[in-house]
Write a protein that binds this ligand. Sequence first.
Ligand SMILES: C[S@@+](CC[C@H](N)C(=O)[O-])C[C@H]1O[C@@H](n2cnc3c(N)ncnc32)[C@H](O)[C@@H]1O
Length: 296
Amino acid sequence: MQPTEAWDTLNPQPEVDTTAWRIFHDVTAGVWVDHFDGHWLVQTRENRFPEYLKGLAQGVASSIHWRPRDKAASTAPERVWGEMEGNRFSVVENGAKFWIDFDSGYSSGIFLDQRLNRRRVAANSRGGQRILNTFAYTGGFSVMAALSGATTTTVDLSKTCLNWTWDNFRLNDLDPEAHHGVRGDAIDWLEVFAKKGRRFHGIVLDPPTFSRSGKKIFRTDSNYADLAALAAGVLEPGGWMLCCANTHRLGLREFKKDVFEGISRQGRSVVSCDTLAMPPEFRGDDYLKSLWVVVG
Ligand SMILES: C[S@@+](CC[C@H](N)C(=O)[O-])C[C@H]1O[C@@H](n2cnc3c(N)ncnc32)[C@H](O)[C@@H]1O
């Protein structure tokens, strides 16, 4: 398999205190390489490993694992070069630590394209605040908010993800007992929080494109206004919402319209709205849309 772009250019470490980033990307050939503290996770569009990566990895990485994109997400990547002791290790991102597990299927522990959003959550959280992280996966946003002193509530359908979240808290010397975590449907929990009068100073909405919980289905492209309305209903006046949509089927204008519609359904107003860019090394395709909305 031949590279089609500047194949010998690796993306440099993006920030100090960061050991995980997208180090190489050949958009045309369909090759994506993520660097996790010296261990490369390679994804390819074709079912063939790009051998030239072994040369690129010399002196930069200690192992390469590879998974073609069409393999079931649950398939663990195969080690194709170098050495790695065990598959669980930690990385650092802007000073925060996260557990990575190449055997975990689905994803390896953190989505690297959310790095700048995690940093923004840390910068906008502080002691005395309550931050809600829905569809939390391994709790990356919760860790960032908690490291800034906020009290966090983490919601995810998966018990494994919640346990992973607490492992990430402990890795950062944060006490899980001082925070809240609930397993279940984020939409159900937003309704419960509204009924109980619980209010948050910041809310992260980063749902999957499609989700099924019991008989209920959530689609980012058709149900985002409902989700934004529920979130706006439990947000303190002047609070922020980080709204993300990871789908080609929803354009930025439409996405913004959905979020604004949800907020106005609660009789609330948008004070400001910034569109957040993906990290610069994610070139080619702005599939991840992120809005930072302050709600009055
Ligand atoms: C795209 S990931 C979210 C990524 C995450 N926000 C992050 O920090 O990168 C999807 C997560 O949503 C969870 N999930 C899917 N449907 C859900 C639902 N209806 N309610 C709560 N969590 C859900 C999954 O278990 C998974 O951990």
